[in-house]
Design a protein. Sequence first.
Length: 375
Amino acid sequence: MKLKQFIQQETVLTAAAVLAVVSAFFVPPDAQYLGYIDLRTLAILFSLMTVMAGLRRQGFFDGLGRALLSRTHSTFQLTLVLVGLCFFGSMFITNDVSLLTFVPFTFVVLSRLGADVRCSLLVPVVCMQTIAANLGSMLTPIGNPQNLYLYGKSGMSIGGFVLLMLPYTLVSLLLLLAWAALVCRKASAALSVDELVSSASQGNQKIILLYLVLFAVCLLSVIRVLPYGIAFAAVLVCALFADPRTLRTVDYSLLLTFVAFFIFIGNLGRIPAFSGWLQEFLTGREVLVAALASQVTSNVPAALLLSGFTAETQALIIGTNLGGLGTLIASMASLISYRQIARELPQGKKQYFGLFTLSNLIFLALLLGVWFLLR
């Protein structure tokens, strides 16, 4: 029973581990296995996840959201803040952390509104937040795990990365604004700030400051100013002594998933028949193949797999970021919102799934159109 539960909870990790083990039968373990592992990506990813987990535990993001909500006076402004927190927040705190933080926050905020307004806003706002988190995160190397990996592999400057994804981010923002305006036309109402913003417990300000400094250290390692080992050591030592409980909340399964995929991809690259076929198939189709592969494997595994067989890393960055739209599993972060809806509003699951799928497909088609015009 425990094994079955683990597989259900860690489906991607389980699949990656199985693929790694199966590939080992074709390429028996040897010294070259050590060269498969991208230690830089793993160290920076661990550091960022630890810092974000620490700030989240201290209520830093919740406090930021409440501060912004204190300036809202209409449902449209409220929607813009809730969606904007996910869109802009995901650029720096990752799409997963954005949704883990601000979707529950949205349930609390909307519960303070009238029943009619709450019912008309809840599903579309959470759906918009999910898309916003996936789209906002594509602008920066630290927005999501596949960006961090592909950015390190590409050797691009951070400015080059941002400029590459900026057109898609701007179009996404305009589409979200139009969607928010359309939703709020049907649920317009004046709001009382006092109804939305209540006092929240204050986190430890010294620990918050420590994590903000560590976040700056992580950014310096991302842009290659500091060696990644220094950032990793600083985060690990500081967390161990100042806030050890945070280390228990880090998503270690994601790190293990990366390791398993590194082994699988490394082994595939040593099978000439397969690697030759995949390289030929990818040539000239990197964006579309990455976007389509993301629909069935999610964009992180798609990025890890395809990056081993093409030098067109920039195309993979575009394809896997746009590929985070579409199916519910195209970006694993999307499952966070779905689980929240299923728990808080069970009767709204079908409505949410339908709206999520339709809106994602529309956004995906439009952004692929932008790519087609820009290429």
